[in-house]
Design a protein around this ligand. Structure first.
Ligand SMILES: Nc1nc2c(c(=O)[nH]1)N[C@H]1C(S)=C(S)[C@@H](COP(=O)(O)OP(=O)(O)OC[C@H]3O[C@@H](n4cnc5c(=O)[nH]c(N)nc54)[C@H](O)[C@@H]3O)O[C@H]1N2
Ligand SMILES: Nc1nc2c(c(=O)[nH]1)N[C@H]1C(S)=C(S)[C@@H](COP(=O)(O)OP(=O)(O)OC[C@H]3O[C@@H](n4cnc5c(=O)[nH]c(N)nc54)[C@H](O)[C@@H]3O)O[C@H]1N2
Ligand code: SF4
Ligand SMILES: [Mo]
Length: 715
């Protein structure tokens, strides 16, 4: 008998509501099929190919269903979870005694982020043992987004919504594949339909991307920018807007400092200069600026592409400056899209919040970098592991992540992982990182746990709740991520402070206890959130309140460090000059990052329904570039940066700009060899360096627009 239960997908952050058909199986209930929930007002039945593999993922024969321990001979042996946690706790206690609490680190990756309590549990554990060594993938994703308010300021009520935008400028993101978008509306929730409707109501779309992406196919104007030249292009757009007086003067007078400083800093970025530098048409630069400025509503926003390219903090700054000088903020009486139901309520007044120094986190031992917002930088973790001395990291708990292939600088990362006294990995797959571990803990997977859509809560276009119970009982000796951290704090005899109190005080907490403790300050109290089910709450829409009469806070679009950067950009021939060792004639290509439909970072190849779409991360290049190199689709090419080389399998792609290699990350393994590239791909992280190519503000390594050379490969 098949029973249908409702929940939401958690393969990626988008949280698409789904119906799950469950049938009795030999060892327990079995998920046989999933479908999108047609009548959902936001998602309208949308699912993607990854979500549709959930039945296979849940019941995969190779799925880890019990913990593993590295035995004396180096192989893995079975161990129960309570034995594993006993042994791990004992080893952590010894490490803390020898090296101090800061020597114990955790890294929460994309798999952890998909569980609404995993990062909070890791934070509670760190508080309990008094270790600040908390890391997550946020700091190798778009860290400029978290920090930029510290330079330019913010707006309490936020920037314009997508739902009534007249224009949207998308700089290096592709929601049609990634379900990610700088604006709500394109984050998950049926992006193709949402975009078609937006176009029907007359919204203009400007896309700035070196690839003619699935999003660019909808664009009124696509600027196929040379990778890494976004700062020059944005300076050029700002010049047109400011020189032609297209900005919102009234708004600027009341709320914005530095407009004249910015105007003179960008004055040299004429359309002709920008055109030659960014390899776009000068007329298109002018047209894009006018199209954006002429619209009454709508914003420009960036994605991972430019956030991973050189000068990412400057790109983010100039993008926000464009929104700010055009006054694209929510005004008094206007509605915000998301109800932010899971987060503590804060005022939403139509007023600026002045920039505050963000360099306040604990210092790293390297490169004058600091942690922020309660986390340390993943781009510095390998050095913190390898460098002896006070503060050295000796134990690492990987909470649903795969640093061996995802972290920048693969050589350094692999050395660091192998140098650890203790590596614990929580993952249902034997990944390249798990292969290095002392213990691998088998987690429950999404359909086996209660959850809330905590990432989407920020981006949903209406106040929307969707708590889910587990839809099937797990089989095997599997633990929810919170249980790992709770089990360790209990054994170590320390507290596990979370928003709702000390979870370690509870004798047998449930998933829902962990949720209650994590979201104790939720605007819609968790008991109500839970009983509301999947529902829109129009009555909870935020309406921007009036500004305080005496509010003196202002944006600053002309801060000195950023204006200096603008001058530096002008002094360079190309953004690639920021990459140490760059020589123009030797590195004529730029390798850019991209997402692919049938994988989620390193996840996917193990599932037949995804692997049939390809078992390698092709090096997509323009057909004319392939012809010039004398290679064809399917041929191996050697791709070398200033720090390393990989073998890629090239594939002709007319949608890729000439001179560009477009390639997905987190493929391959930790062997540092690409002998199996056709079967498992190759990690582009080997072409990157955390120490030589990074943004001084965020510590972000250059992971896109990487200068490379491409040669036919002998192998
Ligand atoms: N060169 C280059 N490098 C990049 C990027 C790039 O564009 N270019 N992108 C960067 C970005 S944006 C990110 S976010 C990082 C990704 O970095 P990571 O998040 O470290 O990498 P993933 O491969 O997503 O690892 C997630 C792991 O979680 C596991 N997992 C899935 N579901 C669950 C679960 O329910 N529980 C547990 N415990 N585990 C689960 C998966 O099996 C997988 O091994 O990579 C970064 N690195
Ligand atoms: N299917 C799928 N979905 C995913 C993921 C996945 O691996 N697969 N990963 C998830 C994760 S971890 C994240 S962080 C989000 C990311 O979500 P997005 O930011 O939307 O990621 P991408 O789809 O890679 O889009 C980045 C775009 O930037 C462009 N680009 C690269 N370099 C430059 C540059 O220098 N300048 C400009 N202007 N553009 C550039 C690329 O061509 C690409 O089209 O996606 C998430 N969703
Ligand atoms: S977009 Fe993300 S949440 Fe939605 S079905 Fe695909 S993997 Fe699942
Ligand atoms: Mo990411």
């Amino acid at each position: 008998m098949i029973e249908t239960r409702e929940t939401f997908c958690r393969v990626c952050h988008a949280a698409c509501p789904i119906e799950v058909d469950v049938a009795p199986g030999e060892v327990g209930p079995k998920v046989v099929e999933i479908r999108g929930v047609r009548d959902d007002p936001l998602f309208e039945g949308y699912t993607c190919i990854k979500g549709r593999q959930l039945p296979d993922q849940m019941h995969h024969p190779d799925r880890l269903r019990a913990p593993l321990r590295r035995a004396v001979g180096g192989h893995f042996e079975a161990v129960t979870s309570s034995e594993a946690l006993d042994e791990i706790a004992a080893r952590l206690a010894g490490i803390i005694e020898r090296h101090g609490p800061g020597s114990v680190a955790s890294y929460t990756g994309t798999g952890g982020y998909q569980n609404s309590v995993a990062l909070a549990a890791a934070r509670g554990f760190h508080k309990g043992i008094r270790s600040r060594s908390i890391y997550s993938s946020v700091t190798i994703d778009q860290p400029a987004k978290s920090l930029i308010g510290g330079l330019i300021g913010t707006w309490e009520a936020g920037f314009h919504n997508f739902r009534d935008a007249d224009v949207s400028m998308a700089i290096g993101y592709n929601p049609m594949v990634s379900s990610y978008g700088a604006v709500g509306g394109l984050q998950g929730t049926n992006p193709f339909t949402v975009m078609r409707r937006a176009k029907q109501r007359g919204m203009k779309l400007i896309v700035i991307d070196p690839r003619r992406t699935e999003l660019a196919a909808f664009a009124d104007l696509h600027l196929q920018v040379k990778p890494g030249e976004d700062p020059a292009l944005l300076a050029g757009l700002l010049r047109v807007v400011l020189a032609e007086g297209l900005h919102d003067r009234e708004f600027c007078d009341r709320w914005v400092d530095g407009v004249d400083v910015l105007a003179s800093a960008v004055d040299r970025f004429t359309p002709e200069y920008v055109a030659s530098r960014a390899e776009v048409d000068a007329d298109d630069v002018v047209a894009a600026a006018r199209m954006f400025a002429a619209a009454g509503r709508g914003t420009a926003g960036t994605g991972t592409g430019p956030n991973m390219a050189p000068n990412s903090m400057l790109t983010e700054y100039l993008t926000l400056a464009l929104n700010i000088v055009c006054g694209r903020v929510i005004r008094e009486g206007e509605e915000l899209e998301s109800g932010l139901l899971l987060y503590a309520e804060t005022p939403k007044r139509a007023q600026a919040v002045a920039p505050v120094d963000y360099r306040t986190g604990p210092p790293h031992r390297f490169r004058d970098l600091r942690g922020y917002q309660g986390e340390m930088l993943s781009t510095v973790l390998a050095e913190e592991i390898l460098e002896p001395g006070e503060g050295q990291v000796r134990a690492l708990i990987v909470n649903g992540g795969n640093p061996a292939v995802a972290f920048p600088d693969q050589d350094l990362t692999m050395r660091a992982l192998r140098d650890l006294d203790l590596l614990v990995v929580i993952d249902h797959r034997m990944t390249a990182t798990a292969a290095e571990a002392h213990y691998v803990i088998a987690p429950t997977l999404s359909l086996e746990r209660a959850d809330v859509p905590h990432l989407m809560d920020r981006w949903l276009t209406q106040p929307y709740s969707n708590h889910t119970d587990a839809v099937i009982e797990p089989t095997g000796d599997v633990l929810n991520e919170w249980e790992v951290f709770w089990g360790l704090t209990r054994r170590l005899g320390v507290a596990m402070p979370m928003a709702g109190g000390d979870l370690a005080e509870l004798e047998q907490p449930t998933d829902d206890d962990a949720i209650d403790y994590t979201y104790a300050r939720a605007r819609l109290p968790m008991a109500e959130y839970r009983s509301a089910g999947r529902r829109v709450h129009p009555e909870l829409a935020f309406v921007a309140a009036p500004a305080e009469a005496d509010c003196t806070a202002r944006f600053d679009v002309g801060v000195a460090p950023m204006m200096e950067r603008v001058a530096e950009v002008f002094a360079q021939q190309t953004g690639a000059e920021l990459v140490a060792g760059f020589v123009p004639a030797e590195y004529p290509f730029r390798l850019v990052s991209r997402r692919m439909k049938a994988s989620l970072n390193s996840l996917g190849l193990e599932l037949p329904g995804l692997a049939k779409h390809g078992t390698t991360n092709p090096a997509f290049m323009h057909p004319d570039d392939l012809a010039d190199l004398g290679v064809e689709s399917g041929d191996p090419v050697e791709i070398s940066s200033t720090v390393g080389s990989i073998t890629g399998i090239c594939e002709a792609a007319p949608d890729v700009k000439r001179g560009v290699v477009s390639m997905a990350h987190s493929w391959g393994d930790g062997s540092m060899s690409d002998a199996k590239v056709r079967d498992i791909g190759a990690p582009t992280s080997r072409l990157t360096s955390t120490t030589a190519h990074f943004d001084a503000f965020t510590g972000m390594a250059v992971l896109s627009a990487i200068p490379v050379q491409v040669r036919p490969s002998a192998s």
